[in-house]
Write a protein that binds this ligand. Structure first.
Ligand SMILES: Cc1ncc(COP(=O)(O)O)c(C=O)c1O
Length: 387
């Protein structure tokens, strides 16, 4: 076989030199046997901890029974998942459309808004991230990941927390949706104020515009409530979910208010809502409920914030629950490298280069956080701030 016959990976990811081969709870082990404390959960995906026994047993049993069939047949697991999700999230009257990722959830949410209003323009916010598919990326504030083909959807970016500017756009009468993250993730943990969320709910109703809250990262208990927008006492028309929903199994969903009437063929997917994905989704909700993970998030979050406040180099603590950001007055790329390479702790970055992003499994323990801060202090004491 010649060398030319080997297919390369399309090289779009800048990789850390770590090769995980197994994982358990809040730890990931690499091919050399080194254990890493996972305070990032693979971009906030690992919600109930790696290799949770209930999750494993449910998935294995499901695989032995039936792994997949398409949406042309009855799948009672979808009904069970919707029922559990409606009840735990406080949205039992909404309906659920199942898909495979966060971008797809937003794509379908925006499509529904456009079907409903028969309009196309979307209002979104500066520093937002909603995914990489066509419409989702067009409402994402990052020109470098928008190709020319994505520029066909009319979109207006506004600064967060200026309701007057939103009203100015809605009066023009061509807007189908306002989309906002529960808490901005990739951007760097900024969030709308309670008055912004409440005013958005009010004016969207007034102008017959659909309010979509993207809870892909901030949902599923990560903020300490099931959805981050529940801190603001509002009910959006559509809520998109993914990440923590399957603890690593690809699954996404759109929660849809009863005001939308479904018609056959309006939305669709081959893989979305398959048997294995539903088994993963059900297992996650069962564990969140049975192990009171939202209470754990609140408890560990308080401890985290208390410990972070003791470190003078930390200039700002952002976010809620276990969706947290530590802001320094220097760029954190080197610090993250030291954390992973020398101290074996995974953390995340953001568009805000001075922010260290923390998204651990929701059952992380205070001991893990204590270990993180001990190590962080050691590094900061010997750290030469990058020029
Ligand atoms: C808020 C938000 N929405 C959407 C997405 C896109 O999700 P996915 O990568 O599953 O398509 C992300 C991913 O980081 C996200 O943080």
């Amino acid at each position: 076989m010649t060398k030319n016959s080997i297919m390369n990976l399309f090289n779009v990811y800048q990789l850390y030199d770590v090769t995980p081969v197994k994982a358990k709870d809040a730890y990931v082990t690499d091919d050399k046997g080194v254990e890493y404390l996972d305070l990032y959960g693979g971009h906030g995906v690992v919600s109930i901890g790696h290799s949770h026994p209930h999750y494993l047993s449910k998935l294995k049993k499901q695989l032995d029974a039936i792994g997949f069939y398409s949406n042309a047949v009855i799948n009672p697991l979808q009904i069970e998942l919707a029922d559990k999700l409606g009840s735990i999230s406080g949205y039992p009257d909404y309906s659920l459309f199942l898909c495979n990722s966060g971008a797809e959830a937003n794509e379908n949410a925006l499509k529904l808004a456009s079907f409903y209003t028969n309009k196309k323009r979307v209002i979104t916010f500066e520093n937002s991230f909603h995914g990489r598919t066509s419409v989702a990326v067009s409402v994402t504030d990052n020109p470098t990941i928008n190709a020319p083909i994505n520029s066909t959807n009319p979109t207006t970016f506004l600064p967060l927390n200026n309701i007057d500017l939103v009203v100015e756009e809605l009066v023009k009468g061509d807007v189908c949706a306002v989309i906002i993250e529960g808490i901005q993730g990739v951007g760097g943990l900024d969030e709308g104020t309670t008055s912004l969320f409440q005013d958005l709910e009010k004016i969207c109703k007034q102008f017959n515009v659909i309010l979509i809250v993207d809870e892909v990262q901030s949902g599923y208990g990560r903020s300490g409530k099931f959805f981050a927008h529940q801190y603001h006492d509002i009910k959006p028309d559509i809520i998109s979910v993914a990440k923590g929903m399957g603890n690593g199994f690809p699954i996404g969903g759109v929660l849809i208010s009863p005001k939308f009437k479904a018609t056959y063929g309006m939305l669709g997917t081959t893989f979305g809502g398959n048997h294995l994905a539903c088994a993963a989704g059900i297992a996650v909700l069962e564990v969140i409920e049975k192990e009171n993970l939202m209470q754990n998030v609140e408890k560990v979050s308080k401890y985290f914030i208390k410990e972070a406040q003791k470190i003078t180099q930390i200039k700002n603590i952002k976010g809620r629950g276990l969706m947290l950001g530590l802001e320094f007055d220097f760029e954190v790329a080197e610090l993250r490298k030291k954390l992973i390479n020398q101290k074996h702790i995974f953390t995340g970055g953001a568009n805000n280069k001075k922010l260290l992003r923390i998204l651990p499994p929701l059952n992380v323990k205070k001991e893990h956080i204590a270990m993180f801060f001990k190590v962080l202090k050691e590094i900061l004491n010997e750290f030469v701030i990058p020029a």
